[in-house]
Design a protein around this ligand. Structure first.
Ligand code: NOJ
Length: 762
């Protein structure tokens, strides 16, 4: 039985990844969740409920307590509509609220529901706990750069611990939308451009949030979002149309959602976008046939925020009544925010447009999940004001934030081994809008975290250097506007320094929901700052802040050293300092390719070949390249340097060919010839040369993160089976085809590493 499960996961993840998975604690959770038992009291309640009460159980509302951001513990300020929301709880018109404000608020609402409503059904409290609750970890895209799924499991677990302590039962996370267009601002919340990485991190995060027992007061229900293909928006414009073939949908976009469902996620959020003409929220094929029919999903589906109502503007529903009918019949069990379900479902059932049995089934799913979360046993199990503050930002959680922060940093470039810097003896100038100040630390998508409780770059550097007073700081520029006198002051500081840390990039408002950009560059005033500082001739370490892969140019690209540092959360400054001064040898790898220019978007490494490829750097006429630049990345997916000097050699294959029911092992010897210890992410890529469906130029099939002391070598071996080489064929079903394959073990998706070939035989 165990063997079958492992080989099922092999099909899901790729064999090398399975090896890592097998060794991980998360594997023990594989059989833990996925089924939803329906207790007798749920059936009894369904028998007693009115149509209005049933529609109420399918209606989720934003919390009316204090509005949006919930920044401090239990502030005593209810919004003007809070009393009305309490009344809705009393009347059974509400299944729960989201993004509320802690245990005090939850206690008032839950008391109204379980003591004062007719049927005493508990509420569920949801929230966007995306990358931490109070302690904020790196944005999800950054954390994927660690290539360490167990790190994501651990940070999700820590987020669940804090959130469950604050009365939260359910998180709208993880977002697992594959994002191949960096203009799309929401890629910051996901797993990057790659399918394998996306699947593995989706599963890890679900395990971290949910654990093995949803009744635990340290765990929360996880929600896979946004189903489906939200990241495929045309031109990277948020909410825009997605139009992809069913084949591509199945082979690329659907994979991480499927991995999340297989990992036991028991809620799914329908996406805003339309998919080939049909909005996801009104798409029966997607929400019912694929999700439940093919994948066996047993939890419930929630709409995104007014996603049902938005089908009216989207030209798919006539009015609110129609939108509620379409979304519900498509398989969206619960409506978020619009209130359309509680307004229209009762009359839709009475009029025969919606079958009563289907309404009952959705209510059953929601109540069964509430039971699984232990809410019928003790509706107050996660609501405890004292526990909320006792769990908030504990030293061990902050330590995890620092660890995950430094593991998320990618060293893009390190000419002349400028890094690591010595802790003393060099005068450092930190220049740029992100040099200091408690802003732009936690990232664009945080409800409960707080920049003011975080460590900025200057503080982190000061903590690490010997002479705390030697630091020079100059803002130089605003993020998107010049700063009067800023460049002059920055140049003066640079001239006095031995080395410049240039902290530039995007503010947290420049990525995230609804923040698509046409040019994914460092904003012009900061580029001007970089050029002026570079003209001083001082060595520069660029410390990029960003929610997406950027197209860097000029003085930024030409700096001696470049660190991609994203938004690292609570411990930002300390994590960056750990890398700068060598307490940690950087190990992150890009989860999204840094293109040469913005206009290449969507650029991703696993693109298809064309009939006129031009893979080399020399541009040939009438070949697939842009005017003046190749169709390649400046820093591709998988790229990242260490403080070691890593060498790849000795590709060895266990055979030249293997049959469909067999396997092949591929190995290479990785050596650290440098003087610092290093963690290397060894990556296995394949390419099928000819097939009935053209195959990407490379696809990641497995990876392993290894530690090498100076002078140490390790032979890394991966096992490939036919399932790892499968693709979705013309009939939209998974298949493998015999044929010739290229294989690489390499340090990135566009580096040669070591290369060989093998055959898959019939
Ligand atoms: C809209 C976002 O798309 C979704 O991800 C989020 O969970 C909801 N708003 C609720 O805040």
């Amino acid at each position: 039985m165990d063997e079958i499960r492992v080989s099922r996961r092999a099909a899901l993840m790729g064999a090398g990844a399975v090896m890592a998975w097998v060794a991980s604690p998360a594997r023990a959770l594989l059989q833990a969740v996925g089924e939803v038992p329906v207790p007798a009291n749920v059936e009894r309640l369904i028998g007693q409920m009115t149509l209005e009460e049933k529609a109420g159980q399918l209606s989720l509302m934003p919390s009316a307590w204090g509005g949006g951001a919930a920044l401090s513990l239990n502030p005593a300020s209810a919004g003007p509509n809070f009393q009305q929301q309490v009344e809705e709880a009393r009347r059974g018109q509400l299944t729960g609220v989201f993004n509320g404000n802690g245990a005090t608020m939850a206690k008032i609402l839950q008391t109204a529901a379980v003591r004062e409503s007719r049927l005493k059904i508990p509420l569920i409290f949801a929230a966007d706990v995306i990358h931490g609750h109070r302690t904020i970890f790196p944005v999800p895209l950054a954390e994927v750069a660690s290539f360490e799924p167990d790190l994501a499991r651990r940070t999700a677990e820590a987020a669940a611990f804090e959130a469950a302590g604050a009365g939260i039962d359910w998180t709208f996370s993880p977002m697992v939308d594959i994002a191949r267009d960096q203009r799309w601002g929401r890629g910051v919340e996901g797993g990057g451009e790659d399918v394998l990485l996306g699947k593995i991190f989706a599963a890890a995060r679900v395990h971290g949030f949910q654990g093995t027992d949803l009744k635990s007061t340290e765990r929360v229900l996880s929600c896979i979002k946004h189903f489906a293909a939200y990241g495929g928006a045309e031109s990277g414009l948020d909410y825009n149309v997605v139009d992809v073939s069913e084949r591509t949908l199945r082979e690329i976009y659907l994979q991480p959602y499927k991995a999340g469902v297989d990992a036991g996620a028991l809620s799914v959020m329908a996406s805003f976008n339309e998919l080939s003409g049909v909005p996801a929220t009104g798409n029966h094929w997607l929400q019912t046939e694929v999700l439940r029919g093919e994948w066996g999903f047993k939890g419930f589906v929630v709409s995104d925020y007014t996603g049902d109502e938005e089908m009216i503007a989207g030209g798919f529903a006539k009015d609110g009544r129609d939108a509620a009918r379409i979304a519900f019949l498509a398989g969206v069990d619960m409506s978020m925010t619009s209130g359309l379900y509680r307004k229209y479902l009762p009359e839709l059932v009475r009029g025969g447009a919606v079958p009563q049995a289907q309404l009952d089934q959705s209510v059953r799913r929601v109540l069964a999940l509430k039971a699984m979360l232990g809410l019928f046993d003790d509706p107050f199990r996660r609501i405890d004001v004292k526990r909320e503050s006792a769990r908030s930002m504990l030293p061990k959680t902050r330590a995890l934030a620092r660890e995950s922060g430094r593991k998320s940093i990618v060293l893009l470039k390190n000419d002349g081994d400028l890094l690591p810097l010595p802790r003393s003896g060099k005068r450092i100038a930190i220049i740029g809008p992100f040099a200091s100040g408690l802003h732009d630390l936690v990232g664009p998508w945080v409800v409960y975290g707080d920049d003011a409780k975080s460590v900025d770059l200057a503080t982190g550097v000061r903590n690490a250097i010997a002479d705390k007073n030697s630091l020079l700081i100059a803002q130089g520029s605003n993020v998107e506007e010049p700063l009067a006198g800023g460049i002059e002051a920055a140049v003066t500081a640079a001239r006095q320094a031995d080395v410049v840390l240039l902290a530039i990039g995007e503010s947290q408002g420049m990525s995230g929901e609804a923040q698509s950009r046409t040019e994914i560059v460092v904003p012009a005033p900061q580029q001007a700052l970089a050029e002026a500082v570079a003209a001083t001739g001082k060595p520069i370490v660029v410390i990029l802040k960003h929610g997406r892969a950027l197209a860097i140019e000029g003085a930024v690209a030409n700096a001696q050293a470049i660190l991609a540092t994203w938004f690292l959360g609570t411990e930002t400054g300390n994590s960056i300092a750990d890398v700068l001064f060598g307490a940690y040898s950087p190990s992150g790898r890009l989860p999204a390719s840094f293109p040469l220019r913005s206009g290449q978007q969507p650029y991703y490494y696993a693109h298809k070949p064309t009939g006129r490829p031009n893979p080399g750097k020399t541009l040939e006429p009438y070949k697939a390249h842009f005017r003046g630049i190749p169709n390649a990345a400046l820093y591709p997916f998988g790229h990242g340097l260490t403080y070691g000097k890593i060498d790849y050699a000795g590709l060895a294959l266990s055979a030249q060919a293997f049959p469909r029911n067999g396997e092949i092992s591929v190995s290479a010897t990785i050596t650290n010839r440098g003087k610092y210890a290093a963690e290397e992410v060894v990556q296995l890529y394949t390419h099928q040369r000819t097939a009935s469906i053209t195959r990407p130029v490379r696809e990641l099939k497995a990876f392993r993160k290894i530690t090498l002391a100076p002078g140490q070598s390790e032979t890394v071996r991966f096992t490939l089976r036919a399932a790892d080489l499968a693709f979705v064929g013309r009939d939209n079903k998974w298949t493998t085809e015999p044929g010739a394959f290229d294989v690489w073990i390499a340090p990135s998706a566009e580096s040669d590493g070591v290369h060989g070939q093998f055959e898959l035989t019939a």
